[in-house]
Design a protein around this ligand. Structure first.
Ligand SMILES: Cc1cc2nc3c(=O)[nH]c(=O)nc-3n(C[C@H](O)[C@H](O)[C@H](O)COP(=O)(O)OP(=O)(O)OC[C@H]3O[C@@H](n4cnc5c(N)ncnc54)[C@H](O)[C@@H]3O)c2cc1C
Length: 389
């Protein structure tokens, strides 16, 4: 296991830090620390475009599509510096981290040429059309259907919990294209333009006060046949490949963001005297230890899998970080005490309260904790598959 970064990575880190700090001290200073998903959308679109213009948006992609061909280690270093600089949460993250790698792995050359440059340049925001009211953990139960009519796919159905659904330009949508098929068979993976009249996204308000996700209705919407990724009826393979990206390398760098949150909590504890409380002190120390464990585990995964493919320890990562982060949210509330129970006049909450509320979702999205345990049992430990009904 390598516990330090090579000199060229140290230089790369400095280059990234300089660019981020210059931007966030200048035109984009007001975006520093913006972490909700629904705030300052126009400004954050501009930020995505600035990143794209400087080729910092999708650094792991080939140069031909707007990337830098950066190694996995460089991607993690950049993401760490991004979090350290308190750059805004990225509204382009679904296109950057999910659509892009999926098209690079499973798309046609034509799809890559048409879609990747717009994502890298910050011109197209994407959303993920997987979950439905009866298909969440059991994604294979998808009922949204699509069939070919007049030379295009026609889509009918409903998705739910679609992050960025109200602002996205494009979606990837898992649809049932073989009538009468059940389970993972007969599904297709379609790229759908969200800016068409027969797509409606209705915001769902969350307990943070924001509406970061939406329910999305396809009422005769269309998609080009050329915009199907993978073979007709074999979308499951593509959908599962994408989940590996969602749970894989892209989460490795988030400890830097967690570090900033923990530091804010420690600062609050110093400020209001809770730092003298022996129980709070123990919990703060425990949070610090958990963060160190994540750090070393991330470095272990990085040295084990240069291509970002999950390693046996990688399977435990989502379960570990999501539980740790939920505990951190509760610790923030313990430290804030009564002050943590009030919001602001405009119905929003200050950063640590927002973090506490959002952290409740960490153990749900990208696979619930129960599903993560099944994955560890089956894929990392090789135990027999869970009996399916
Ligand atoms: C903040 C947030 C953002 C999201 N963004 C998106 C998005 O952009 N696009 C998208 O498609 N979806 C999105 N989701 C949806 C998310 O993927 C689903 O909520 C998640 O997969 C769980 O599905 P479900 O809500 O239908 O719960 P269910 O699958 O109904 O699960 C209910 C409970 O049963 C448990 N359970 C289910 N099956 C098993 C099993 N086999 N073994 C043991 N326990 C089981 C679950 O762990 C859970 O506790 C988002 C969710 C959240 C919270």
């Amino acid at each position: 296991m390598q516990l330090t970064f090579a000199p060229e990575l140290v230089r790369f880190r400095a280059e990234a830090t300089d660019w981020l700090n210059a931007q966030l001290a200048g035109k984009f200073a007001h975006l520093r620390g913006v972490n909700g998903h629904a705030a300052l959308i126009d400004e954050r679109r501009e930020w995505e475009q600035a990143m794209g213009a400087a080729r910092w948006s999708c650094i792991g992609w080939p140069e031909a599509f707007g990337g830098r061909g950066a190694s996995l280690a460089e991607q993690v270093v950049f993401a760490e510096e991004y979090a350290r600089a308190r750059a805004p949460a990225r509204i382009g993250h679904i296109g950057v981290e999910l659509t892009g790698p999926t098209l690079l792995a499973y798309g046609t050359e034509d799809q890559r040429k048409r879609f990747l440059p717009d994502i890298a340049a910050g011109r197209a925001i994407w959303c993920q059309g997987y979950s439905e009211p009866n298909a969440g953990s059991d994604l294979a139960n998808v009922r949204t259907k699509a069939w070919i009519e007049n030379g295009k796919y026609r889509i009918e159905g409903q998705k739910i919990w679609t992050s960025m659904g109200t602002i996205a330009d494009w979606a990837f949508v898992v649809c049932r294209t073989q009538p009468g098929s059940v389970g993972p068979k007969g599904l297709s993976f379609l790229l759908v333009n969200m800016r068409q009249p027969r797509v409606m996204a209705r915001p769902i308000r969350q307990m943070t006060g924001e509406a970061e996700f939406a329910e999305v209705f396809f009422d005769g919407a269309t998609a080009e046949i050329a915009d199907r990724v993978g073979e007709e009826g074999e979308g499951w393979k593509v959908a599962m490949g994408l989940l590996a990206f969602e749970r894989g390398a892209s989460t490795l760098a988030q400890q830097m963001h967690f570090r900033t949150e923990l530091d804010e909590i420690i600062e609050a504890a110093r400020h209001n005297g809770k730092a003298a409380d022996p129980v709070i002190r123990q919990k703060l120390a425990q949070a610090h230890i958990g963060l160190k464990i994540m750090r070393y585990n991330a470095l272990r995964m990085l040295s084990a899998a240069e291509d970002g493919a999950p390693t046996p320890e990688g399977y435990t990562y989502k379960l570990y970080w999501s539980q740790w982060h939920r505990d951190l949210g509760e610790l923030a509330m313990d430290v804030l005490g009564q002050a943590g129970e009030t919001g602001t006049d405009d119905g929003t909450y200050p950063p640590l309260q927002t973090m506490f509320l959002m952290s409740r979702a960490d153990t749900i999205y990208a696979g619930t904790n129960q599903i993560q345990r099944n994955i560890i049992a089956e894929r990392a430990l090789g135990l027999p598959r869970e009996p399916r009904g």
